[in-house]
Design a binder for this molecule. Structure first.
Ligand SMILES: [Mg+2]
Length: 392
């Protein structure tokens, strides 16, 4: 038994309660009694009769960020995540929940939610429609916790089918976009240094929304003229001042702006979107599929993140719906390991902009998966979401 497996067992039995503890019965354990009872013929027979069970395991983990990360509303050096595994008939799929503190989920809330998920009652792991509907119905919110189940199930099914998800969905892996590299709010000196470190990336994503916005842009422009996407994280309040700022940004080759005003200022956002010289993308204001019809006219496009929308299944539906309404689509992330980043990356051939740098910002990744090569999202051809656990 590996160290990792022991950790999963320890945490899930200690924190999960009896419902999930019961689901730890695996096919090997279930057929074990017959194996010893009749060593000559029973094994193959009992394996046929013992139905495989779908089991869920999970453990908390803390990501260490390479740099202090500051946005309009907060600063931090770590991000709590929960790593999940779903097993069926000897095949294991991997998933993850990432919980930046300002979004309201935590180690405690995710572990509590996952302890209420009983996958052992489902006979068919391919019945995502039923399983994920039931998981979503357990509580409202808890979207990162739900995503950790969704991602692990998708990985499991892809491995069982021996196909990566871009093939299952029918996307061309050569059509992945370039990802932006995020530069948080900081001093001119640090911003200049980070801009130089991001030389590999063709697009920079800059966090704005404090009184240093023009300094941030001018500092980057003193180093490079590559395109910039700006994320205000609801940091501006006045729509007329915002419109002036958008014109100033456009002159400096900023190509798109995320969430310029608080999500509650719907009328101001619609006013701004109607007049803006740059595409306005809703992030905080658009969480799930059902938000999209209301976002039409308020934003030009939406930023989809697995942790906001409960995972790959709903994210796929959101892309289809947004496209049908003529809206732009961006695919974003939290600080995450290569597990959740890889899961999202299979959707990236379908989007206008990708911001999938979450695993590049951390120093203790636990998976190998989707890479960024020359700034471009580069998918593995491995089955499922295309990840392998790193040893250690
Ligand atoms: Mg954003």
């Amino acid at each position: 038994m590996s160290h990792n497996r022991r950790e999963f067992l320890k945490h899930s039995s200690a924190l999960a309660g009896s419902a999930v503890a019961a689901s730890f019965v695996t096919p090997a354990v279930a057929s074990g009694a017959s194996l010893t009872a009749d060593a000559t013929h029973a094994p193959r027979l009992s394996r046929r009769t013992a139905k495989p069970k779908l089991t869920l395991r999970f453990r908390p983990y803390t990501l260490e960020l390479k740099h202090v990360f500051t946005i309009a509303t907060s600063s931090r050096t770590t991000t709590p995540v929960v790593l999940t595994e779903v097993e069926y008939d000897g095949v294991v799929g991997y998933g993850e929940a990432s919980m930046p503190p300002y979004l309201g989920e935590s180690h405690a809330s995710v572990l509590d939610f996952l302890s209420r998920v009983d996958l052992s009652k489902y006979d068919n792991p391919f019945d995502l429609d039923t399983i994920l509907h039931d998981v979503d119905a357990i509580t409202s919110g808890n979207t990162a916790a739900k995503a950790s189940v969704d991602i692990a199930l998708h990985d499991l099914l892809g491995r069982m089918m021996r196909q990566p998800w871009y093939n299952i969905w029918g996307f061309n892996p050569a059509k992945t976009p370039y990802t932006s590299f995020t530069i948080g709010i900081d001093t001119a000196e640090v911003v200049r240094q980070k801009t130089k470190e991001a030389a590999e990336y063709g697009v920079l994503k800059v966090k704005l929304g404090r009184d240093t916005d023009k300094m941030m842009i001018e500092t980057i422009r003193s180093v490079t003229d590559k395109p910039i996407t700006a994320d205000v994280n609801q940091g501006w309040k006045d729509r007329a001042a915002a419109l002036d700022m958008l014109a100033w940004l456009k002159e400096r080759n900023v190509v798109m702006v995320e969430q310029p005003l608080p999500k509650e200022q719907v009328d101001d956002l619609a006013w701004l979107t109607e007049r803006s010289p740059l595409p306005i993308i809703g992030d905080e204001g658009v969480q799930r599929l059902t938000d999209i019809p209301h976002a039409k006219g308020v934003y030009h496009g939406i930023n989809i993140k697995l942790m906001k929308c409960t995972g790959m299944r709903e994210a796929h539906k959101m892309i289809v719906l947004a496209r049908s309404l003529g809206m732009k689509v961006m695919l974003g992330c939290m600080t995450e390991t290569s597990c959740a980043i890889s899961a999202a990356s299979h959707l990236s051939p379908m989007v206008d902009w990708a911001d999938l740098d979450g695993a590049l910002l951390i120093s203790n990744d636990v998976y190998d998966g989707t890479q960024v090569v020359g700034g471009k999202v580069t998918l593995r051809d491995w089955p499922g979401i295309g990840v392998r656990p790193l040893k250690g």
